[in-house]
Each structure stands twice: as structure tokens, then as C-alpha cells.
Design a binder for this molecule. Structure first.
Ligand SMILES: Cc1cc2nc3c(=O)[nH]c(=O)nc-3n(C[C@H](O)[C@H](O)[C@H](O)COP(=O)(O)OP(=O)(O)OC[C@H]3O[C@@H](n4cnc5c(N)ncnc54)[C@H](O)[C@@H]3O)c2cc1C
Length: 538
């Protein structure tokens, strides 16, 4: 007999198979020897009680029958036929890579064209960013193999479970080298140190099946005839032709948005969010979430059985959402700019999340009307310029760069000083490697963002003990939360409404936010192309 059982355990008990067995035996009312084996299916931490933190563990138990190890859903990728139809994918982010794998499954040859370098070569450019404050516009935290998600925390949870099959995406990550535990954890993450190997394995699979992956090739133009896209042109002038083009260039490919606009291909301004990254000593977050005293020496005292704590906060302030975004426990604040003279921050964590800081985006929704006011636009039609939110984003990033003083040194302010409009006379240690400079954030952020962040952070301080403290800092600016542009597409066919065979995809086009939802959208677009090609053959 097999049975799924949920057990509540103390954190240390969850690490002992012997104790888990005893709990199972107790629940099923049978002796331990009748249990031939079990494996975990779901695991989450419940820290709501001040008295005891619980680990909820669901296990599949085999009773009085032979134990069978967990069977992973593994997909066989077959070699493509020489006659396979070809599809161009612009961008090797999660959307592009998962679209390519799906196309192969469907017998279509993907040709990925990526402006950046492969994951290994990309590392050198990240080192230049962190050590010298020098941005390579083609190779950075956003551009290059694996896209923006490669050197990230690799959080793999998404709220968009209606958009596709999350388990399939997680299974594929495991098939290409991620640990199985991502299949059972409530908030799985992979970590910056592990993602590059997984991305490499995916690329090797694509090539082994007959797909192509081209690096250092920036797409600079589209070949369009009679409102049908035929292919793309790279910076070197190479022309590539295919049945369809998937545009999966992410939220930072400003040149692509500008190209579409120049060519009169419809794009729309899309609300996004902007603010700061907030960083606390991890021990403060652990203390608040696990109800344990904060340590004075900075060493987390949550013990060896609990992971570094995270949080997710949201508050309505003056009719706008203020919310935490992409929280990285045990993480590092990263310079995520894609051009010189702009400053963008984001966050990442290694798989062990063992850095002494906890950082998170803390952002406010920005709409067209806000940008119009800030940029002092004269026009009164809100939709007259689809690039307006992009211009707003650029303006704040340039201000942040200038306020930091250059070389990607970031403007920073202690949290209580920020909320009470005081210049910080000193700054605490910070994980951001290019360095920080004490600046009043009002020099960088427009008033409507600054005031809402101030109220939001103070409200969060009432909910989480210790959160509102001058031991924490805000660093500007967190501006690449999602795309400030939507590239429209037909709801059914997923093609651009004006240009046939052009498939806007994932985050840059406004249909995903995060690694998993981008991967799911890549698959969805690949399926739509398969349908289209097949219906043409009928
Ligand atoms: C530091 C950091 C940490 C993050 N942490 C997480 C996390 O923990 N969890 C999570 O879910 N999300 C995280 N994100 C967000 C996540 O990475 C993105 O949501 C996701 O990568 C979007 O996928 P995408 O494929 O749509 O686009 P992208 O990943 O942005 O990929 C687009 C690709 O297109 C390429 N490209 C752009 N223009 C051109 C062109 N003209 N020609 C050819 N190629 C081009 C780019 O080089 C890039 O490789 C993080 C992002 C960053 C920057």
C-alpha cells in the first residue's frame, strides 16, 4: 500500500529519517518494520507560532510493499530531422531556452541568436562590473546566456500558475542538473553558483539535437515584407531567415523597443515598479520571522536547521502599491545596469544563501500619468508616446548614477534617515561591491515614490519587529522590476497583431515576470508556432 502523509516536525527532526519514520509509524498505526520506504513530496516552514517553528512535510510512504524510488518525469529530446522547419529565437534567457527545448520536442529547429556571451565568458564581465564599475553593454547581469536569471537567486516560484505547467519547468531544471529538492520546497531556489551549469547543459542539449545557439550576435533589425516577418539582421549585417521569429529579449533590451517603435510596429507603455533595494543584516530578518533574539555579533542564531528567513511585504499607500520584490536572503546587491552612466541594482544569492545580509527590492507602481508629471510632458494624451515609461526609467537611473558619483557607486541612505529625510552621516557595511555613497534619496527619486516608500517602510516596521532600523540601508535604484513596455500579441495565435510570424514573448513583451513564468511563456509560444506550422501543412 502507498499513502501520502503530512507530518509536523520540529526543524531538527526534519533532518532525521529515523525520527520521520517514527512519526509515520505513529500516524499509520503500524510498526516501523512495515514501512519499506518513503520520499518527501512537499516541504514548508510554518513560523507563525511564537512558541514553536514547525516544518510541514508531506511524504509518500510505502507500506508492506516494495519501495520504489521517486520517478522523475524526464523528457527525451530527439535529434531533429534535416527537413525540420526553422524558427529564430532572439534572446537566450529562460524564455528563449525553454522555447528552444519545446520546439525541439515538437520537431522544429530553434536558432537562438544572443547578443551576449556564453555563461562562462560572461563571468569576466560581471567581475569588471563589480570590481571596476565598468559596464559592457552586451554582457552584464541582464545580457548573456541564460538571460537575467543566470546570476540571480534563482528563485523558482511564481504566482502565475494559470499560465502553464510549473512542475514541468521545475522537472526540466532537475533533468538538467538542479537538485531534486526544488520539486518539493514551497519556495524553491537554485542559486547563482549552480544556475550556469544547468544553463550550459540545456544549451548542449539544444545543440546535440541539431538546434543552433549563436553568441555575440546582436539583432539590430527585422526583415519584414508585406507585414510578415521573414527574419532578422545582426549587427555584423548577417541575415537569418526562418518560418517565425520569437522575440524574447527581456525587459532591458531598450534598443529592441526603440527599433520596433521606429519601424512603426505597435508597442504600448506598460506600468512597472521602481524604488530602491533595502538591505538588513540577515540576523534582523531571522529574528523577526523566527521570533528569536537578534544576535549582537551579526552571526545568525537561527540554528543549523532553519534556512535564512525571507519576507514578502505589501501595503497600499495613497492608492498605490508599495511592495517588496525579489527578496534575496543571505544575498548580495548586484549592479544590474546595461549601459554606462546608469545605475540599476538587483539582488542574487548563492545556493546556500550564506551571506550575512538580506536584501529586497522595495518598489512603487509607476503609471503613465506619473511619468508624464515627472518628465514634465506637454502632450495630454497618455498613450501618445509608448516609450514614456522607458524614458522615465532612464531618467531615474541616470540620476542615481550621477548621485553615486560614478563607477557604479550607488547612492545609499540608512533606513530611518531615509524615512525622516536626514542625510546619513555614516553608512553601515553593505554587500554591494562597487561601493555606496551617502546621498539623500530625494536627489534621485521623485516625490511620489519617495513619500510612498517612506510610509510603506514604516508600516512594514510595525509588522516586522526590527525592520525599521538605521542598521538597514536603502540603495538606489531598483528600476528593472518588469518591462515598461508591452509588445501586443493576439490572444489566440500569440502573434503580433500587425506583423505575422512575429511572436513577442515573456518578460520584455510584458507576458512574464521571473524565471519560471518566462520559461512557461517560451513554451507556450513554441506550441503556438507548432500549431501554426501544422495548420499550414493541413
Ligand atoms: C540580478 C537578477 C536577479 C534576479 N533574480 C530572480 C530570481 O531569483 N527569480 C526569478 O524568478 N527572477 C529573477 N530575476 C528576473 C529574471 O531573471 C527575469 O524575469 C527572467 O530572466 C526573464 O526572462 P526572459 O527570457 O523573458 O528575458 P531575459 O532573461 O532578460 O533574457 C533576454 C535575453 O535576450 C538577449 N537580448 C536582448 N536584446 C537582444 C538583441 N537585440 N539581440 C540578441 N539578443 C538580445 C539578452 O542578452 C538576454 O540574454 C532576476 C533578475 C536579475 C537581473
Amino acid at each position: 500500500m502507498q499513502q501520502d502523509i503530512t507530518i509536523q516536525l520540529k526543524p531538527n527532526e526534519a533532518f532525521s529519517n529515523e525520527i520521520i519514520l517514527l512519526h509515520i509509524a505513529d500516524i499509520i498505526g503500524k510498526p516501523v518494520k512495515s514501512i519499506t520506504g518513503f520520499y518527501p513530496m512537499k516541504k514548508s516552514i510554518d513560523a507563525r507560532s511564537r512558541q514553536q517553528i514547525w516544518v510541514n512535510l508531506t511524504v509518500k510512504v510505502f507500506i508492506d510493499e516494495p519501495f520504489v524510488e521517486r520517478q522523475l518525469d524526464s523528457i527525451r529530446f530527439l535529434e531533429l530531422k534535416k527537413s525540420a522547419k526553422e524558427v529564430i529565437i532572439v534572446g537566450a534567457g529562460p524564455a528563449g531556452i525553454f522555447a528552444a527545448l519545446k520546439l525541439i520536442e515538437l520537431g522544429i529547429k530553434p536558432i537562438i541568436i544572443e547578443r551576449g556571451k556564453d555563461v562562462r565568458a560572461r563571468r569576466r564581465d560581471l567581475a569588471m562590473l563589480n570590481k571596476e564599475g565598468v559596464v559592457n553593454p552586451e554582457s552584464n547581469y541582464c545580457f548573456g546566456e541564460g538571460g537575467a536569471g543566470t546570476y540571480s537567486d534563482g528563485k523558482l516560484y511564481t504566482r502565475s500558475n494559470k499560465r502553464g505547467n510549473i512542475n514541468r519547468i521545475l522537472n526540466l531544471f532537475v533533468q538538467f542538473g538542479a537538485e531534486e529538492k526544488i520539486l518539493l520546497e514551497a519556495h524553491p531556489h537554485i542559486g547563482t553558483n549552480k544556475l550556469p551549469h544547468i544553463i550550459t547543459a540545456m544549451r548542449e542539449q539544444i545543440i546535440a539535437c541539431g538546434g543552433e545557439v549563436l553568441f555575440d550576435k546582436k539583432v539590430v533589425d527585422f526583415i519584414v515584407q508585406n507585414e510578415i516577418i521573414k527574419g532578422v539582421i545582426t549587427q555584423e549585417g548577417d541575415k537569418h531567415f526562418a518560418e517565425a521569429v520569437i522575440l524574447a529579449t527581456g525587459h532591458s533590451a531598450r534598443d529592441i523597443f526603440e527599433l520596433l517603435h521606429r519601424k512603426n510596429i505597435l508597442i504600448e507603455a506598460k506600468p512597472f515598479a521602481l524604488g530602491v533595494r533595502i538591505e538588513h543584516p540577515q540576523s534582523i530578518i531571522d529574528a523577526a520571522q523566527y521570533h528569536i533574539p537578534a544576535s549582537l555579533n551579526g552571526t545568525p542564531d537561527r540554528g543549523e536547521f532553519l534556512p535564512p528567513a525571507s519576507y514578502s511585504l505589501v501595503e497600499q499607500v495613497q492608492e498605490k502599491g508599495v511592495f517588496s520584490f525579489c527578496m534575496c536572503p543571505g544575498g548580495i546587491i548586484a549592479p544590474a545596469a546595461t549601459n554606462p552612466n546608469e545605475l540599476v541594482v538587483n539582488g542574487w544569492s548563492p545556493s546556500k544563501r550564506n551571506n550575512p545580509f538580506a536584501n529586497s527590492g522595495m518598489v512603487v507602481t509607476v503609471e503613465v500619468a506619473d511619468a508624464l508629471k515627472s518628465l514634465n510632458y506637454l502632450g495630454n494624451s497618455t498613450n501618445s508616446n509608448p516609450l514614456i515609461l522607458l524614458e522615465f526609467q532612464k531618467m531615474i537611473e541616470a540620476k542615481a548614477f550621477a548621485a553615486g558619483g560614478g563607477k557604479l557607486v550607488a547612492p545609499a541612505q540608512r533606513v530611518v534617515d531615509f524615512c525622516t529625510n536626514k542625510q546619513s552621516t555614516t553608512l553601515p557595511d553593505c554587500s554591494y561591491l562597487p561601493g555606496i555613497n551617502s546621498v539623500q534619496m530625494k536627489e534621485v527619486l521623485p516625490q511620489f515614490i519617495q513619500s510612498r516608500l517612506q510610509q510603506g517602510i514604516q508600516a512594514f516596521g510595525k509588522r516586522m519587529k526590527g525592520y525599521y532600523t538605521n542598521e538597514a540601508i536603502v540603495v538606489a535604484t531598483e528600476s528593472r522590476t518588469s518591462s515598461p513596455i508591452r509588445i501586443p500579441r493576439d490572444h489566440e495565435t500569440l502573434q503580433h497583431p500587425q506583423i505575422k510570424n512575429l511572436y513577442p514573448c515573456a518578460e520584455g513583451a510584458g507576458y512574464a515576470g521571473g524565471i519560471v513564468s518566462a520559461a512557461m511563456d517560451g513554451e507556450k509560444v513554441a506550441e503556438a508556432i507548432f500549431q501554426k506550422i501544422n495548420s499550414a501543412l493541413d
